[in-house]
Write a new protein. Structure first.
Length: 290
């Protein structure tokens, strides 16, 4: 009876966290659209998210539907099945699509946004983020070459296809470690969170908590905490997201509360501040950042 109840709770937590994390991708592009501008945010975040969620989708799909990967996982984890759930794959697919949509808002002329918002820092993908993307592909490629060259007979102790999938999943983990920093620094530079939607952070925070809870429940039901160690990316994603969400909430509600910053031009409309799509202009000087 208790096990059935926990299975139900796990399923509810899984789909609620999927809903929260999925909805968290909408406030920012909606905010950009309503302001007709991308000032206050950086393209680095959605750009690196595309690579991260592509990797997450590939790894989740492999753990869910590849007989070879599932068999190798069982060999390494006491005969257990991966703790990846279908809601994990659904979330990754949806996140990938919404990040692509957000990136498109930085394309000149596509959405008809104010051109001033695409000229400052953050309007183009930084060299550091490009380096991470290239390094991620190289890392996975190296692991794939090693697996292909070794031909180890025992996937439990030797190199196997599952190691390539783990390498892909670690791309997502590493990207999650660094992807929030450009926006944290942008908020710090602007001395404001204006243009950066706090609603996406609140949804992300709830989703992170529930994701960790679901993983813990699933591992408890299996009677083996290797369900956590066997799915380190999901565990780390939840914890890292919560950590940075707390930083963003401190920036928004404490450090820069009520501050407009210096990232906005004299004639830029701010409809979300005055509740109108045709808002009044502000008197702040522009420093050209975005």
């Amino acid at each position: 009876m208790a096990a059935s109840f926990l299975h139900l709770v796990s399923s509810i937590f899984g789909w609620v966290y999927t809903l929260c994390w999925s909805l968290s991708f909408y406030p920012q592009p909606i905010l950009n659209f309503r302001r007709r501008s991308t000032t206050g945010t950086t393209v680095d975040f959605p750009a690196i998210n595309v690579v991260g969620f592509l990797a997450y989708f590939i790894s989740n799909t492999a753990f869910l539907y590849s007989p070879q990967i599932r068999n190798q996982y069982a060999l390494r984890h006491h005969g257990l099945t991966p703790t990846v759930q279908i809601n994990d794959m659904a979330f990754a697919a949806h996140a990938l699509l919404t990040c692509l949509a957000t990136i498109s808002q930085f394309v000149p002329g596509l959405w008809g946004f104010d051109k001033k918002g695409r000229k400052g820092p953050g309007s183009r993908v930084s060299s550091g983020i490009l380096g991470i993307v290239v390094g991620s592909f190289l890392g996975v490629g190296i692991v794939a070459i090693i697996v292909a060259a070794r031909h180890d007979p025992d996937p439990k102790t030797g190199w196997a296809a599952i190691d390539v999938i783990y390498a892909v999943s670690y791309v997502k983990l590493f990207i999650t470690l660094v992807k929030y920093m450009p926006q944290v620094l942008t908020n710090y530079r602007n001395k404001s969170t204006h243009g950066w939607s706090i609603n996406q952070i609140l949804l992300d925070f709830v989703g992170g908590i529930l994701s960790i809870c679901q993983l813990g429940i699933d591992s408890y039901l299996q009677g083996d905490w290797s369900g956590v160690t066997g799915n380190p990316v999901k565990f780390a994603l939840g914890n890292i997201s919560v950590f940075f969400d707390i930083i963003f909430m401190i920036q928004h509600y404490c450090v820069y509360r009520g501050k407009r910053g210096t990232a906005f031009s004299e004639d830029e409309e701010e409809p979300l501040l005055n509740g109108q799509l045709n808002g009044q202009t502000n008197g702040r000087p522009s420093n050209g950042s975005s």
